[in-house]
Write a protein that binds this ligand. Structure first.
Ligand code: MG
Length: 254
């Protein structure tokens, strides 16, 4: 099932998309506790897609692909390396990513996003799938020079618009071997597979939920495959994941 959030005529709602017909069945309230339809329907071309969640936090994972760690001259950490990305950085499918004046080096990072479906605390890896609502594409946009300069990630990863997510949440998906790609202006820059992850999706839910409670709608950005690199104003970035779809955002001047 593809669960999306949309805006239309000043109103915002969640909905379930039928990919064959492009019809959206509107959902009453949030979809996490169980889906109840309002009876209203919409057509995909008539709505504006929004980030499919409004998370209380975005937990991101660094160096979680063996081949990406290698390209950065590092090893996969013994325990997952996590950081927080500001929820205010949330951005929509098709939303502009603003190139901040403070950076000279803006990078894309294509990642599989895990969307939490139920309050999760101290969850075991084997039970993790029951805490997951579904999966989406996320672009962990990064000011690489500031990441290196600060040695901390809050600024480099936290600018407004730096967390595009979407285009919707796919609720029926096995995350263990998905192709994750990033295209810049249609040219492939990253082409990885989630089977290269150091810590699996389920292990990440276990690890993080033993530190902080995860709430419905929270997002885990599970790390990026090799091939990270810079973009410039005017570039179009697309994150594409098997079984989900694609998320495209353009880089604009401040
Ligand atoms: Mg990342």
């Amino acid at each position: 099932m593809k669960v999306l959030r949309f805006g239309k005529a000043g109103k915002t709602a969640w909905g379930v998309l039928s990919p064959e017909t492009g019809e959206i069945r509107e959902v009453a309230g949030a979809p996490f506790g169980g889906i109840r339809f309002t009876g209203d329907t919409h057509r995909l071309p008539d709505v504006r897609l929004l980030a499919p969640v409004v998370p209380s936090k975005i937990v991101a994972v660094g160096l979680n692909y063996k081949d990406h760690a290698r390209e950065m001259g590092k090893k996969i950490p013994e325990e997952p390396l996590i950081f927080l990305k500001a929820p205010s950085a949330l951005n929509h499918p098709g939303g502009d990513v603003v190139y901040p004046r403070a950076t000279q080096r803006l990078d894309y990072e294509a990642e599989l996003a895990v969307v939490i479906g139920s309050t999760a605390r101290d969850v075991k890896e084997r039970d993790a799938s029951s805490a997951i609502f579904g999966y989406a594409c996320i672009n962990d946009v990064t000011a690489r020079d500031l990441q290196v300069k600060d040695g901390l990630y809050a600024r480099a990863k936290g600018f407004d618009t730096f967390a595009p997510i979407g285009p919707w949440i796919e609720t029926e998906l096995d995350p263990s071997a998905l192709r994750v790609r990033c295209l810049v202006n249609g040219e492939v820059r990253q082409d990885g597979n989630t089977r290269e992850m150091g810590a699996s999706v389920f292990r990440l839910v276990e690890f993080i939920s033993h530190i902080m409670t995860l709430y419905p709608g929270d997002v885990i950005a599970t790390g990026t495959p090799p091939g990270v690199g810079p973009v410039k104003v005017g570039d179009s970035m697309t994150v594409e994941i098997d079984g989900i779809g694609s998320l495209t955002n353009r880089v604009v001047a401040p």
